[in-house]
Design a protein around this ligand. Sequence first.
Ligand code: FES
Ligand SMILES: [Fe+2]
Length: 347
Amino acid sequence: MEKTLPYTWYTDPEILRREQDRIFRSAWQYAGHLGELPAPGTYMTTRAGRTPVVVTRARDGELRAFLNVCRHRGHPVAQGSGKRETIQCPYHAWTYGLDGSLRSAPRSDEIAGFPQEELGLCRVAADTWGPFLFVNVARDPEPLADALGSMPAQVAELGLDVDELVFHSRWETELEANWKIVCENFLECYHCQVAHPQLAEMLDTSADAYALSTDGRLSSQRGPTRRGGGTTMHLDGELPRSQFHFLWPNLGVNIFPGKPNISIGPMVPVSPDRTYRFLDYFFGPSVDQAWIDELMAFDDQVGREDRDLVEGVHRGIAGGGVEHGYLMGRSEQLIGHFQELTRAALG
Ligand code: FES
Ligand SMILES: [Fe+2]
């Protein structure tokens, strides 16, 4: 029987340091949505993993991303989001254009040969899929389209046009669990029947009906809607079934059956025993508020159930004494895939 990763990997700060170095430093990270940069002269701050990033749309309309780190002595230059011509660091007022160039630094005329041209913000990669904005702080990252693999095609095939979607809201939380426990919980529905009664009424989560597949770094789950399953959700609409995608290392994408909807967001390690998570919810432009409220309430309930599960697992694992767990064959094959990729990356 297949074993899980060693449980020490979920608590060891040295493992997390290696994960930051070898996994997160080169991975595309979902950072927000284009609605936050509606016009030339706007900026927004975000993070790629734990690296602070500022994304701008300068006068020329081009989308650019930079490390949100002042070249003087490292304070973040930008806070929040907004519309303005320049960004001024709050520490000593070095001022940058939205194109990243250093425009002025107080008393720089006192420094002979002050290398102003070399002291622009450090550029990093930014790219989009529909309204979804991704950043990557690696020196020479692969194209975003390569990283996303077949996910955009699978989503389109379901009948969801991501370009039409309208941002609704962001949900944020911190969980007292290692990031891998949070990802692994996302990657199986073996627990759905037991722990998510409402979800199990909506979707057929039985081993035969609930389809699991992998394609490169992408893991996908497709749950057919349960006919007459007793769900109180109104599932009539364009989308005949659910799709839950996971893009290694840490991106979750949820689509429920019914009207056009998607939620997308990363699971970010904060410390070995803490994970930051956010989900951006989007809906089709004509989806009514009542349906949105229904889905948000449903997903909130599932989220609370999952919180108890992953925090419970972390407490169990962190206690020491047990070395590893076991994976249940095909029902947990996506966890096996996740652990293989993680193990390979850590070397
Ligand atoms: S750290 Fe930004 S101006 Fe000094
Ligand atoms: Fe769950």
